[in-house]
Design a protein around this ligand. Structure first.
Ligand SMILES: Cc1cc2nc3c(=O)[nH]c(=O)nc-3n(C[C@H](O)[C@H](O)[C@H](O)COP(=O)(O)OP(=O)(O)OC[C@H]3O[C@@H](n4cnc5c(N)ncnc54)[C@H](O)[C@@H]3O)c2cc1C
Length: 479
């Protein structure tokens, strides 16, 4: 095919000048939470830029049946609730999330503080210039005094925007039908076999969708390169936390486990973690969550292919890293093989005129982004602020569980020592999940204390003991 010439290559461009205090690239979950927290504290002018035509980031590309994986009451921005009911486990749907972000953006714009430039992109997210993706003559230059905020650093890559052939993950022969999980809803007619490729949270969601739509589990084949440790969603029901989790058991696991394996098994026994198959030791941990009912459903699948990653889909077979599986022609392959939330290298958040948004609490990106927005407004040098906000990269393997929890705990200790941050956290709606005990009612706390009167000395030193052991596990994996 003849190479298409980009119109931008031939049109004269004159930049439009904009004045602002902040230039934020990315109007996804993190960009929105950051700006919302910033505006609450400071009357600043913000320019927000995104390649999508509306705010909400990766939710624009997500599969239609996706829902939040963690509760609505801890997601979004601080200034506006997302949840519609009192159900602590309510999980907003994709359309609810997109409508929510649209409303948040509308408010920001009508307040006069934010100018939003959708369908625009920056070639370099540290620069002060960006251009329209649809009108070649439109380029923009923001005043050099504006701080540049990179809210794209997490590089979320969902299956609909990452074709495995183009990304080089595996080859696919002509005549093999492969779709991203988004297109399952459009598959049109029943297939003999559905082969779900990938065992992260999106893979689980694809399998659950098929089962919910009455597909016989025997027709479903599931390529599972790695088994996962999974967080039981019921632990997020704080009002019932003490019935779901054996807190003393979890505490023992974190204070005295000698290896990561022992730690994970201890958390499983205490009711915090679960896994698909008790006979398989998981080698993945990415904070995926499932409910008790969902894990029971997933366990109905018997055709699980544990032979590593797919290397080649052929008409009559699947070639994988560790073997080959015959597969009758006519199967529908469902791609869930991207690593949507990859582990990104940590960089200092505050660097002069640049701010790079990252998680500073394990698997709590929106809370983190809001906290970074608040910390930006308090007095202190970049070094001091970076000392309060050390990145906690998204976990990938079980060892990361100890690393991420250790760093989150260290950050938390630093936050609580700072009166302003401690006060801010207390009123933040995005907070709550990290320290369930801080969200418990006095009645729950009292019941727990009475039940554990004989354990009071253990509880007194719990935080320090936990930190010491997690540090050891994080550094040496227990060896
Ligand atoms: C399926 C799924 C479910 C999830 N569920 C939860 C949950 O329940 N609870 C929870 O806390 N977290 C959840 N997360 C994580 C969370 O939603 C976000 O993925 C995470 O916070 C990262 O958001 P982000 O804003 O960094 O990225 P994104 O949402 O991807 O936003 C980045 C934006 O930057 C734009 N962009 C990129 N490059 C440029 C450029 N050069 N110029 C202009 N714009 C650019 C992109 O278009 C995009 O809109 C989930 C994630 C996934 C994938």
């Amino acid at each position: 095919m003849e190479k298409q010439q980009r119109v931008t290559d031939v049109v004269d461009r004159v930049a439009m000048h904009l004045d602002a205090d902040y230039l934020v690239y990315g109007a996804g979950a993190m960009g929105m939470a950051f700006v919302d927290a910033l505006l609450k504290e400071k009357p600043v002018k913000v320019v927000m830029v995104d390649r999508h035509s509306q705010p909400g980031g990766h939710w624009n590309d997500a599969y239609p049946y996706v829902r939040l994986h963690q509760p609505s009451r801890w997601y979004g921005v601080n200034s506006r609730i997302l949840e519609r009911t009192d159900d602590e486990l309510e999980l907003a749907s994709r359309s609810e999330i997109l409508a929510y972000y649209e409303a948040v953006m509308d408010n920001m714009i009508s307040s006069g503080s934010v100018q939003f430039f959708p369908m625009c992109s920056a070639g370099d997210v540290r620069s002060h210039t960006f251009h329209s993706l649809v009108e070649p003559s439109k380029t923009y230059e923001v005043h050099a005094r504006a701080k540049v905020v990179d809210a794209t650093y997490m590089s979320v890559e969902v299956p609909s925007i990452s074709d495995p052939r183009q990304a080089g993950r595996f080859k696919v022969d002509e005549g093999v039908e492969l779709v991203p999980l988004n297109d399952l809803t459009k598959c049109g007619y029943a297939r003999q076999r559905y082969v779900v490729i990938g065992a992260g949270k999106t893979g689980m969601d694809a399998v659950l969708w098929l089962l919910r739509n009455s597909v016989d589990p025997d027709r479903i084949h599931w390529v599972m390169p790695r088994d996962s440790w999974i967080v039981k969603r019921e632990v997020f029901r704080i009002s019932d936390f003490l019935n779901v989790v054996d807190v003393m058991g979890a505490l023992d696991a974190s204070t005295s486990s000698k290896t990561i394996e022992e730690y994970c098994l201890g958390l499983e026994k205490s009711g915090y973690l679960t896994r698909l198959d008790e006979n398989v030791q998981p080698s993945q941990y990415k904070c995926a969550t499932v409910s008790d009912d969902e894990i029971q459903q997933l366990r109905r699948i018997e055709h699980i292919i544990r032979l590593g990653r797919v290397s080649h889909l052929k008409k009559d077979r699947i070639e994988l890293q560790k073997g080959v599986v015959e597969m009758a022609e006519g199967a529908l392959y469902v791609d869930c093989s991207t690593d949507a939330l990859a582990t990104r290298p940590s960089v200092p958040v505050y660097q002069g005129g640049h701010i790079t948004l990252q998680s500073v609490a394990v698997c709590q990106q929106v809370f983190s982004a809001a906290l970074l927005g608040f910390v930006e407004t308090i007095d202190g040098s970049d070094d001091e602020k970076n000392g309060l906000c050390r990145p906690v990269p998204h976990p990938d393997v079980p060892e990361d569980m100890a690393r991420c929890e250790m760093q989150t705990q260290l950050n938390y200790m630093a936050w609580t020592k700072n009166a302003k941050i401690a006060k801010w956290i207390k009123q933040s709606r995005l907070w709550g999940i990290l320290k369930p005990e801080t969200a418990m009612s006095w009645r729950q706390t009292l019941t727990f204390m009475m039940k554990n009167v004989h354990n009071l000395s253990k509880l007194k030193t719990a935080e320090a003991d936990q930190l010491a052991n997690l540090t050891r596990l994080a550094k040496f994996g227990g060896s």
